[in-house]
Design a protein. Structure first.
Length: 353
């Protein structure tokens, strides 16, 4: 897998011009969703490097991350004259960069693309690392490809357009990166003021967070080994997301990951000796900021079935977890019995209130 260039912007106009002019292309396209067309595209619309670009727009939120929307993007590229030498800019959150990246990876067997993530979640997770895809058959990211953007431009000024819930959604992935890196980074994330955000300071934290992910992806681009560290909180988190979609009350990805982290840190304490004081510090932070995902013991079987269908599982019937022995002490390829999973769900419902 080719290596992508991640640019922590100091001047978005200059940085985007440099990225665009590094490509030789016949046509330029910009993909947004309805929100980013209104809130974010005006921030770059006057830049000389994208004058003459073809702009097209898709629906907002994860409900549109599907085959129908993907086909619409392919159709727009085709009818507007895109060739294998065209360039696509994805301007938006994780849904736009995931779906746009997959569209670019598959149209004409692959065209070049640039990601400009506009949400915190997409900056530290979706837009970086080369995973692209769509939801299918009720399952998150069931269809996709490893196809990194040529460049990812990160500018926290876009986050001024973002509501607090979506800031928190991205911050959960940053917290995960802190847990899998070192105690210092974990502690500074727990102590960052999320109510009065210092965007310059946040950009520094985002840079560190992205570096954690980049370092891991460089070691294992196709998720055969250590890249599974990035799955902390996701086995149960994805089950929460799928369950919420089934109930037609979708939750933000980062919220599901945060709730999944609570469960998987408990499993870490149970199975790999993760310190209970650090588990409770992290749990308290998540409880205070993210609240609780509502479910009852009657839902355990359904959640368990979603976990069994997680694409990270190595064998049918086996549920794969990434756990921690300590902050930064990553234990991949861990399994848990149905009894242990029900126990951690009990812990979650009792502890989160």
């Amino acid at each position: 897998m080719s290596k992508q260039e991640v640019i922590i912007c100091t001047d978005l106009r200059q940085d985007l011009e440099k990225a665009v002019t590094s490509h030789s292309f016949d046509k330029l396209f910009v993909l947004t969703d309805e929100h980013t067309r209104e809130m974010c595209y005006p921030l770059i619309a006057s830049f000389p490097c994208i004058q003459g670009a073809e702009l097209f727009c898709i629906g907002v939120e994860d409900i549109h991350k599907n085959l129908e929307t993907l086909a619409y993007v392919w159709t727009q590229l085709s009818t507007r004259g895109a060739t294998r030498h065209s360039l696509l800019i994805n301007l938006g959150g994780g849904m736009v960069t995931d779906l746009g990246g997959f569209a670019a990876a598959t149209f004409k067997r692959g065209i070049s693309y640039i990601n400009i993530p506009t949400t915190l979640l997409s900056m530290v997770d979706a837009a970086v690392g080369g995973k692209t895809g769509i939801n299918f058959n009720g399952l998150k990211n069931e269809i996709g490809a490893f196809a990194p953007a040529d460049q990812v431009l990160i500018d926290c000024e876009f986050l001024r357009t973002l509501d607090h819930a979506n800031i928190l959604s991205g911050y959960a992935e940053m917290l995960k990166h802190g847990l899998i890196s070192n105690t210092t980074h974990w502690a500074e994330l727990l102590n960052f003021d999320l109510t009065n955000i210092d965007y310059a300071r946040l950009q520094q934290l985002v840079g560190r967070s992205v570096q954690v992910k980049e370092d891991i992806v460089a070691q294992d681009p196709f998720e055969k080994g250590i890249r599974k560290a990035l799955n902390l909180g996701h086995t149960i988190g994805h089950a929460f997301e799928s369950f919420a979609l089934k109930r037609e009350h979708p939750v933000l990805h980062g919220y599901a990951v945060a709730w999944g982290i609570v469960c998987e840190l408990y499993l870490s304490a149970l199975k790999t000796g993760f310190p209970k004081d650090k588990m409770h510090q992290t749990l308290y932070f998540i409880k205070e900021n993210y609240g609780k995902f509502p479910f009852t013991c009657n839902d355990y079987e359904c959640l368990y079935e979603y976990m069994k269908h997680d694409k990270k599982n190595a064998a049918a019937g086996s549920i794969n977890f990434t756990l921690l022995g300590e902050i930064g002490d990553i234990r991949i390829n861990q399994t848990a019995s149905q009894e242990e999973i029900y126990e951690l769900l009990d812990f979650y419902t009792e502890t989160m209130g």
